[in-house]
Design a protein around this ligand. Structure first.
Ligand code: DSN
Length: 409
């Protein structure tokens, strides 16, 4: 490889990272393993090109093949999600969401979005994010008892506040969203409907979760989570919003699209259109349910007492360990997760009460329910022995041995 000769230091970090990914269990629900075909596209000559504009209407010459590639990416995304219009150029989830706000709203407009500490995302209205600074956010959360979204409460807030846009989406909510309920509420108050399906896009594309694209005005998603494509994003919308969305992405917010990444998105969409992808998506959920059941059987409290999707939130503080301590102890055992706030958390974001676990990446490796049970037991063992270096070392070795049966690259 050229990089090993020219830049052995960086080559070594890549090799080390590959080994980490192969020898450990990736339980961060927003991560996945892309195919070699996707990686080839990311590493392709498209990285050399500038192509500001939209297909067939560019500000640079030499875009004949970029146009063909982007047309294919858009056509595949439309097919996957039954979308009227797709823009595949957003660099990632936050810029995509910024583009949606920019396209549909004026500064200071009201938006109903899920609170980050209840499972929402920074771009759904956090005060330190552009969304919270530039727009008037009316946050909704989950019910204290059920830890589920209370749609009556969302409706009440909507009727009271009359938001211009209603945002449905999350980064840490273990249940299916009721998009129809959101749409009815939005229609009642004349709000735009915006869904951020970054976490569940693969599940929606495979038909194992409701796809809001035919229902909502605008839907954004990243392409690298359950959809298993390269890091990036796209926006899907009704034809009547197409011009606004395209103009918000470019020239509103972005310059030249990342054509190498867009080529990889096209490859990933083709993969997601294959029948095997439906089996994959179904298995993600079966695996999450199996892991959740096992953890609950071991005495852990899961937010909302289970999961309908690819992720779960475990209240580790109830077992006397903080989210940060849990993340570190698991890291040392070759099990990767992230600390996470849980609804009505009494602790702080940098050391919250919970951890977030997910199954998209380990399902890509081919792991099934029996491995999920084993993983839950390792998690339990590590958390109960967080200061025992011997136990963590032993778990790390066992994890590595199991991973060797599920080689991915
Ligand atoms: N950072 C992503 C996640 O981990 O959920 C959301 O953008």
């Amino acid at each position: 490889m050229y990089i090993e000769k020219f830049d052995p230091e960086i080559a070594q970090t890549i090799e080390n990272e590959k080994k980490r990914q192969m020898d450990g269990l990736e339980l961060i629900p927003s991560e996945n393993y892309v195919s070699k075909a996707v990686m080839e596209a990311v590493g392709s000559v498209f990285t050399n090109k500038y192509s500001e504009g939209v297909p067939h209407k560019r500000y640079y010459g030499g875009n004949e093949f970029v146009d063909t590639m982007e047309d294919i990416a858009v056509a595949r995304a439309k097919q996957l999600f039954s979308a009227e219009h797709v823009n595949v150029q957003p660099y990632s989830g936050s810029p995509a969401n910024f583009a949606v706000y920019y396209a549909l709203l004026e500064l200071g407009d009201k938006v109903l979005g899920m609170n980050l500490s209840m499972g929402g995302h920074l771009t759904h209205g956090h005060p330190l994010n552009f969304s919270g600074r530039f727009y008037k956010i009316i946050p909704y959360g989950v019910d204290k008892e059920t830890e589920l979204i209370d749609y009556d409460e969302v409706r009440k807030l909507a009727l009271q506040e009359k938001p211009k846009m209603l945002l449905a989406g999350f980064s840490a909510y273990p249940r299916a969203l009721d998009f129809k309920a959101f749409k009815e509420i939005a229609d009642e108050v004349g709000a735009f409907t915006f869904a951020d399906i970054a976490h569940i896009a693969g599940l929606c594309a495979a038909g194992v979760h409701e796809n809001p694209v035919p229902l909502f005005d605008v839907v954004s998603t990243t392409t690298h989570k359950t959809l298993r494509g390269p890091r990036g994003a796209m926006i899907m919308c009704k034809e009547k919003f197409a011009k606004q969305i395209d103009k918000a992405v470019f020239p509103g917010l972005q310059g030249g699209p990342h054509d190498h990444v867009n080529a990889a998105k096209a490859v990933a969409f083709k993969e997601a259109l294959q029948p095997e992808f439906k089996i994959y998506a179904r298995q993600i959920i079966k695996n999450a349910k199996a892991m959740a059941e096992e953890l609950m059987g071991l005495g852990y409290k899961l937010v909302s007492n289970g999961t309908d999707n690819h992720l779960m939130l475990v209240d580790v503080w109830k077992m006397g360990i903080t989210g940060k301590e849990a993340e570190i102890a698991l890291d040392e055992s070759g099990i990767y997760c992230n600390k996470n706030m849980i609804p009505y958390d009494t602790r702080q974001p940098l050391d919250p009460s919970g951890i977030r676990l997910g199954t998209p990446a380990i399902t890509s490796r081919g792991m099934k329910e029996s491995e999920m049970k084993q993983i839950a037991n390792w998690v339990d063992k590590v958390l109960k022995n967080k200061n025992d270096a011997q136990i963590k070392k032993k778990v790390r070795e066992e994890v590595k041995a199991m991973c060797q049966n599920f080689i991915i690259y």
